[in-house]
Design a binder for this molecule. Structure first.
Ligand SMILES: Nc1ncnc2c1ncn2[C@@H]1O[C@H](COP(=O)(O)OP(=O)(O)O)[C@@H](O)[C@H]1O
Ligand SMILES: [Mg+2]
Length: 262
């Protein structure tokens, strides 16, 4: 069965795309078949996997707005077993076009259902908002993966996100679960990091993955080379952390906690 994971946080710059690209790569590296859907008009996930702008003729926009079946929008990447549906700035128009469309929250789900998907995982890299594009991802997904940066306002944004997820569970997608929260750009020398970590773990318990992703310069260098960190430098601390997180994610699959949002 294909597991569909939406990578969501309405804040920008918290590590959604980095997590999407490197988790997709790590899962492919351990033998899983993975489709990464770039669902952000900025197209960072496409760039991070080396997809040239000229190769982005068919994009996630066409899945959403034209009802194109997912399997007709996929491209191969440099990584065996990892495919991508790219995106570009066209997708920014979708947020407005969707408003007047029928079944506007279900369009990504329909596109994914139109063809039988030969993937273990579909990962959706969402934009930094809780607009209709993200709602489409949350409606299509089995579960949500939330990257959280250890900083002062993190918890405030998180409770808003949890409320939104609860609303989706009540209306659009009753079976949606929270797969987990991953602490990103973790800096163990920073006292605030430790403080936020204690708060988040105290609040959410086991929902927070044991694995944390350290702040690591190799991770931030990799996208400018059009490569996931795991390909750019497999030995760096960031790559090792994403591999560890992939293993934790697979292990957790069997026992997903259904979070009752506060
Ligand atoms: N663990 C990390 N260590 C260092 N830099 C990181 C790390 N994770 C992300 N970054 C950098 O932080 C910025 C924002 O990350 P990104 O994944 O694009 O966030 P989002 O998709 O949530 O907007 C990018 O420049 C990225 O390279
Ligand atoms: Mg992003």
């Amino acid at each position: 069965m294909t597991r569909i994971l939406a990578i969501v946080n309405q804040k920008g710059g918290v590590g959604k795309t980095t997590t999407a690209v490197n988790m997709a790569t790590a899962l492919a590296a351990v033998g899983k078949k993975v489709l990464l859907i770039d669902f952000d008009p900025q197209g960072n996930a496409s760039t991070g996997l080396g997809i040239e702008p000229s190769a982005r003729k068919i994009t996630s926009y066409h899945m959403l707005i034209n009802g194109l079946p997912a399997n007709e929008a996929t491209l191969e990447t440099m990584i065996p077993r990892l495919h991508i549906v790219p995106s570009n700035i066209d997708l920014s128009a979708a947020e407005i076009e969707l408003v007047s469309m029928e079944q506007r929250e279900f369009l990504l789900k329909r596109s994914l259902e139109k063809s039988s998907l030969n993937y273990d995982y579909v990962m959706i890299d969402c934009p930094p908002s809780l607009g209709l594009i993200t709602l489409n991802a949350l409606t299509a997904a089995h579960s949500v993966l939330i990257p959280l940066q250890c900083e002062f306002y993190a918890l405030e944004g998180l409770s808003h996100l949890l409320k939104t997820i609860k609303l989706i569970q009540g209306n659009l997608n009753p079976n949606l679960t929270i797969h987990g929260v991953v602490l990103t750009m973790y800096d163990k020398r920073n006292k605030l990091t430790e403080h936020i970590e204690n708060d988040v773990r105290g609040f959410l318990g086991d929902v927070v993955y044991e694995t944390v992703i350290p702040r690591n310069v190799r991770i931030s260098e990799a996208p400018s080379h059009g490569k996931p960190a795991l390909i750019y430098d497999l030995q760096c601390a960031g790559s090792k952390a994403y591999l560890k997180l992939a293993k934790e994610l697979i292990k957790r699959e069997k026992n997903l906690s259904r979070l009752v949002a506060a």
